[in-house]
Design a binder for this molecule. Structure first.
Ligand SMILES: C[S@@+](CC[C@H](N)C(=O)[O-])C[C@H]1O[C@@H](n2cnc3c(N)ncnc32)[C@H](O)[C@@H]1O
Length: 326
């Protein structure tokens, strides 16, 4: 479970002093309802709205981005980026997750049109990261933005009109010197957008670093299921109160894509696409492969392989010899 880093939690805690929890809860509910109805972040119109958003959504989007980066890092462990461009940065969630994943990061440019979310990001003092926030709409900002080793687009493409997706993606790809990471909600709609990005990026010549095992046809493109993963998110007391929740955790489903440039041939193994089925006689894995998912049954009679397979989880990548790639 990836919890928000201390400096983010600390900034939120300081902001929450003297804030009515009843007011916070009402704002959080209004924002969640607007998102559920397909609206975007324009529902966030004040600093208190931004705080309510950060309390209820930031732990989940942080955990999703951090989990996506953990899977990506397993494939390119030697990559040590220095610069980051975070588009639709909001309260900086993807930047904080990236700086946790890559301590090599030195500078991050955050672009967002929402002044309240960006102002909140500015109150979070990431240690040893030079952060420059820019309040601007993406279309205008991207033409002037400097290229960066990593470009992050976390839970933002979902807010752009479908008709502008390909043009935006082209600009993001131009700005990404080595890696573009896109994270979207783990819904069929989020997956559809990721698939469209995957097709376009492969057309631009991208290496798909993760989660795919290959650049051929996606095995789930026409399936009833969709490629997504799960991040378990710890809830603190304010999170529980704002959400009227009972349990101290929630599960955030997410889709993602990490597309690279100039990496040596990648040893990606095969991604486990669903929770492994374990019974007394075997472990059955659903694995990513070109065009159709592969079902692999590992019999209990094959003791070492069975024991290794029992440790595997949804989202892990396994080498052809069935051991983890990490
Ligand atoms: C759901 S929030 C995600 C924030 C952050 N990336 C995260 O993962 O928590 C979407 C963000 O995208 C920003 N956004 C949406 N459309 C935008 C646009 N056209 N130009 C700039 N920012 C935009 C919103 O203001 C908001 O901060």
């Amino acid at each position: 479970m990836a919890a928000l880093p201390g400096f983010v939690g600390g900034a939120l805690k300081a902001k929450l002093e003297n804030v009515s929890r009843t007011d916070l809860k009402a704002r959080a509910q209004r924002i969640s309802e607007a998102y559920r109805a397909g609206g975007g972040s324009t529902v966030i119109r004040s600093d208190l709205d931004a705080l309510a958003y950060a309390v209820v959504r930031m732990p989940a989007t942080y955990a999703a981005v951090r989990a996506a980066l953990a899977q990506t890092l397993e494939i390119i462990p030697d990559f040590a980026p220095r610069t980051l461009l975070d588009i639709g940065a909001g309260p900086g969630t993807a930047t904080w997750a990236a700086s946790d994943a890559w301590p090599s990061l030195e500078r991050a440019a955050l672009i967002d049109e929402n002044a309240h979310l960006l102002a909140l990001a500015e109150t979070m003092p990431a240690p040893s990261l030079d952060v420059s926030p820019q309040r601007a709409a993406l279309a205008a900002a991207l033409s002037g933005a400097k290229a960066a080793d990593v470009v992050m687009a976390s839970y933002v493409l979902t807010e752009l009109p479908d008709a502008s997706l390909r043009a935006t993606l082209g600009r993001l790809w131009d700005k990404a010197a080595r890696l573009l990471v896109i994270v979207e909600p783990g819904t069929p709609d989020g997956f559809k957008r990721i698939l469209a990005c995957r097709d376009a990026l492969i057309g631009f010549g991208a290496q798909i670093v993760a989660p795919c095992s290959h650049e051929a046809g996606c095995p789930l493109a026409d399936a009833e299921r969709w490629c997504h993963f799960n991040a378990r998110v710890p809830r603190n007391r304010d999170h529980i109160v704002a959400k009227d929740a009972i349990v101290p955790f929630e599960d955030e489903k997410f889709c993602y894509l990490a597309a690279g440039k100039g990496f040596a041939p990648l040893a990606r193994g095969r991604r486990v696409l669903a929770t492994p089925k374990v019974d007394k006689s075997a472990v059955t894995l659903t694995l990513c492969a070109p065009d159709v998912p592969v079902q692999q049954r590992i019999s209990r009679r094959d003791k070492d392989a069975y024991r290794a397979a029992k440790r595997l989880d949804w989202g892990d990548a396994i080498a052809e010899n069935r051991s983890r790639t990490s």
